[in-house]
Write a protein that binds this ligand. Structure first.
Ligand code: GLV
Ligand code: MN
Ligand code: MN
Length: 424
């Protein structure tokens, strides 16, 4: 194939990939905006739609015990290694249409780009059921299943309606007893994830594609400030135990800690007050905390500081505070060999690779526990994500496809991707 043909094909696949992201975004729990949480009804439509793209490739999609969509594109040799390519299919509320979905759509586009060719290794397309942590406050349920990290503590977590993870799985018609079969076997040799950058760095350096060196560690916690609900008109200011004012002071302390710690980001993204009326002093405030840093010690120190601040502020105001840690995920370096291969592929399709950290969490950080994992980032216009204005340029998607196809060919001669009998 000539260079012009390759470029034209990548452009055609990119246009289809963007259209497919739009189609997937039409399957939502909310009218007028995109929200698709773990095993929610529209996830079935998404599965059906993706299965219809895979069928012409001769691939049969299956849904595993935690709702991940999985399908295998066989290798030339049945004893071959298997490369996983994918991302997640769940979204945040009022989401953009590319976070996660683009990675799954691009996995399918790469297989289409092979035009019937099979490689020395198999490729498993994977659409993870849950990465965002919206429904149960715990992210990565989909990828945790592949590394054997679905435990009773996770299965017993409940959503806002009181349903547990286990119940959600059963209600979707899945069989938890099969969960052991989801864990990756020795044939899985690597994981590759395409994802929008979700930040302004690539745009700022003027590059279409980036390669992730490491993914920042993150801690997610809940803080509950308890005071005394009382009448807003009759209770003098000096005789109040206002949980809202305490939480507000703490939120500013969170911001201050992050601003004073280079590289740290800390967010109180959700606050719920009880009873939640204009003329009632808040008796209880529940707030979430999300803290991230590429250095685990710095993150742990900041979490300690933020927790101490909540105690100090509560004590000074006659409130109490309880703290619950939902998740503590260390920073994860990506596989050095794959990173180097990706950089070479980006370079060979005429782009300048940019090595960068990821502040966002990704399924790759979980898969890295079991297989060499790596990520390719696509430039995100205006750096906006987790918002309906999230976008990509078709030209950058086409470059990602060209780079992906180049990478698949490069890996065909790499020792890690050879049939079992030839592997070291
Ligand atoms: C996933 O989007 C995250 O919160 O990092
Ligand atoms: Mn994502
Ligand atoms: Mn996200």
């Amino acid at each position: 194939m000539t260079l012009t043909q390759k470029t034209a094909n990548a452009r055609r696949l990119a246009e289809r990939a963007v259209a497919r992201c739009r189609t997937l975004a039409s399957f939502s729990e909310d009218a007028g905006s995109l929200r698709r949480t773990f095993l929610s009804p529209p996830m079935r439509d998404v599965h059906r739609e993706i299965a219809s793209w895979l069928a012409p490739l001769g691939m049969k999609a299956r849904i595993d015990a935690v709702g991940n969509l999985r399908a295998i594109y066989p290798a030339i040799d049945p004893s071959a290694a298997r490369l996983l390519i994918g991302s997640h299919l769940d979204t945040v509320p009022n989401a953009g249409i590319y976070d996660g979905m683009l990675g799954v759509v691009l996995a399918v586009a790469l297989l289409e780009g092979l035009e019937g060719r099979h490689l020395p290794y198999a490729i498993e397309v994977i659409g993870f059921s849950e990465e965002e942590g919206v429904r149960f406050g715990i992210p990565f349920i989909g990828s945790r299943a592949l590394v054997g990290r679905i435990d009773d503590e996770l299965l017993n977590k409940s959503d806002a309606a009181g349903a547990s993870v286990q119940e959600a799985i059963e209600q979707f018609g899945l069989n938890l007893a099969e969960i052991q079969q989801d864990v990756l076997d020795n044939d899985a040799c690597a994981y590759l994830e395409f994802h929008i950058e979700q930040g302004p760095v690539l745009e700022n350096v003027g590059r279409a594609l980036g390669v992730v060196g490491a993914i920042a560690g993150q801690t997610r916690m809940d803080f509950v400030f308890t005071g005394l609900a009382n009448h807003a008109g009759t209770t003098p200011m000096n005789l109040r135990f206002d949980a809202m004012a305490g939480a507000a002071e703490w939120i500013i302390a969170v911001e201050r800690t992050a601003k004073n710690t280079p590289g740290l980001v800390a967010t109180v993204g959700s606050v719920e007050t009880r009873p939640g009326a204009t003329n009632v002093i808040a008796g209880e405030v529940r707030a979430t905390l999300d803290v991230r840093h590429s250095n685990d010690d710095q993150r742990n120190r900041a979490v300690e500081q933020i927790s101490c601040a909540s105690q100090d502020i509560a004590r000074a105001r006659g409130l109490s505070v309880s703290v619950n840690t939902r998740m503590n995920q260390p920073a994860v370096p990506m596989d050095a060999t794959l990173v180097a291969q990706i950089e070479r592929a980006i370079h060979d399709v005429g782009c300048e690779p940019h090595r960068m950290g990821s502040g966002a969490g990704h399924d790759a950080m979980i898969l890295a526990e079991k297989v060499p994992s790596a990520m390719i980032f696509l430039r995100t216009p205006n750096g906006i994500s987790h918002d309906p204005t999230e976008s990509v340029s078709v030209a950058d998607v086409a470059k990602a496809i060209e780079c992906g196809l180049q990478l698949l060919d490069q890996l065909s001669s790499h020792p890690l991707f050879q049939p079992r009998t030839l592997r070291a």
